[in-house]
Design a protein around this ligand. Structure first.
Ligand SMILES: [Zn+2]
Length: 448
């Protein structure tokens, strides 16, 4: 039945259905970024890679770019895994029967049909699990209960996300039956945060889920009172390896140096439960609006290329496809930068330029200063998709966004348009316009 259902869904949601959907032309105003996020999240909604929503988002982006006056618009296909969430249920069986709020981690296998019943062994971090002995873990459910704190730069994410990314492999290596993590997030709301997890072909694949922060606290209390508490996990996910997705690319052609590319990007895919307003609808709106509004000012000297990457969430799949396809052209990428940290205000400008381009970085920062943007260092990240290009020598910048609340919503059903503050997004857009305008109209080699 599942396969028949999938076929039916495919037939119902072929791109052809969307191809002739008329696009409401949006005015080229300072509110354009917000209007694009509104349009994407309302008309497309969730768009996990390989899904009907993903295909709809590709149609949406190409239609919008054409409507906004981009000089060239095209798509680039790549093959990607397509993971589908099924039903999931986590219950405390004894001694305090109750359900816990959970979400499957992206890429996780399901359980056998009748579920997994087991006792739990709790660790306060991935490192503590790594130090455990097999006899502590064998045939149990591993629970990694590590809280995340918030700050403007989101600096704690990297310290917590390891449990999500590789906890299932480390737990299975010690003989665990399943993995539960406390959500990688900063909200006290009862939403669980999903996100990509990975397997190692040499280690058995065990199911992996996240529970909300209040549920993690609840489970910890239960285990304190009843260390032999028994849990039951039932989950039904599906994955196919050879789905199709696309990067969507649009250009404003340079008037003097059309072969020199200023790449500004975001990712078009989102997780499946929210509408991906913060992650990364806001970024999509920002970079599309930046290119369209700069064209309205007159053709830039260099080409501005907007790349809307597919399947960032599944592990930079579109970013790697782009880098491979454009390998011969990378020396002509004068700059790459990505917006993928929500919709907050820009507060810091960071570069990764050659030494002789640093006075130019200072000039850009001085133009950004009236927006309240401070100078950062010369070791910019650039963004997740763009980090692939950075590793190949392309100069990058980061317009660093205020991410204080970003991980309250990140990868939850609660990542929706109402979390986007139009005034903050407009400040953000102004910063993108200043930075992109400066680089696109310069002749400077930022590598040197
Ligand atoms: Zn993202």
């Amino acid at each position: 039945m599942k396969n028949l259902h999938n076929l039916l869904m495919l037939a119902l949601f072929t791109p052809a259905l969307y191809a002739n959907t008329p696009v409401q032309p949006l005015p080229l105003s300072p509110q354009l970024a917000y209007q694009l996020v509104e349009s994407l999240t309302t008309e497309v909604g969730p768009r996990i890679a390989g899904s009907p929503g993903d295909r709809a988002s590709v149609q949406w982006a190409t239609s919008q770019m054409k409507s906004l006056g981009f000089d060239k618009v095209w798509t680039e296909e790549f093959v990607t895994p397509y993971w589908q969430r099924g039903q999931a249920r986590l219950e405390v069986l004894t001694p305090f029967p109750q359900s816990l709020v959970l979400t499957a981690l992206g890429g996780s296998v399901g359980t056998p049909a009748n579920g997994i019943d087991a006792t739990v062994v709790q660790f306060d971090s991935l490192e503590a699990l790594l130090a455990a002995k097999p006899e502590q873990v064998k045939d149990k459910i591993v629970f990694i209960n590590k809280a995340m704190t918030k700050d403007r730069a989101g600096s704690q994410y990297g310290k917590v996300v390891g449990a999500r990314a590789k906890g299932a492999v480390d737990a299975a290596r010690l003989g665990a039956k399943a993995l539960i993590i406390r959500s990688v997030g900063t909200s006290a709301n009862r939403f669980a945060h999903t996100g990509k997890m990975s397997y190692d072909p040499a280690v058995p694949k065990i199911p992996a889920v996240a529970i909300s922060a209040p549920d993690a606290q609840q489970l910890a209390r239960i285990l304190q009172k009843a260390p032999e508490a028994k849990l039951k996990l039932q989950m039904d996910n599906q994955q196919t390896e050879d789905a199709i997705s696309h990067n969507v690319i649009g250009e404003i052609t340079g008037s003097e140096r059309p072969d020199e590319i200023v790449l500004i990007g975001a990712h078009l895919d989102s997780w499946d439960q929210g509408t991906g307003a913060l992650d990364d609808g806001a970024g999509v709106g920002l970079v599309m609006a930046t290119a369209a509004l700069l064209k309205k000012e007159g053709q830039p000297k260099r080409t501005i290329r907007v790349v809307l990457y597919g399947n960032e969430e599944g592990g930079l799949v579109g970013a790697r496809a782009y880098a491979a396809r454009h390998a011969k052209e990378l020396s002509k990428h004068v700059l790459a930068s990505e917006s993928d940290f929500g919709a907050g205000r820009i507060w810091r400008f960071e570069t990764r330029f050659g030494a002789s381009a640093l006075p130019f970085a200072k000039q850009i920062q001085q133009q950004l200063a009236p927006l309240g943007i401070e100078a950062g260092g010369n070791d910019a990240f650039g963004g997740p998709d763009v980090s692939v290009l950075k590793a190949l020598g392309v100069p990058v910048v980061t317009l660093e966004q205020d991410g204080t609340d970003y991980f309250d919503y990140h990868h939850t059903p609660n990542d929706t348009l109402d979390k986007v503050d139009p005034a903050a997004l407009e400040q953000n857009l102004q910063a993108w316009l200043i930075m992109t305008r400066a680089v696109a109209n310069s002749a400077l080699d930022l590598r040197k």
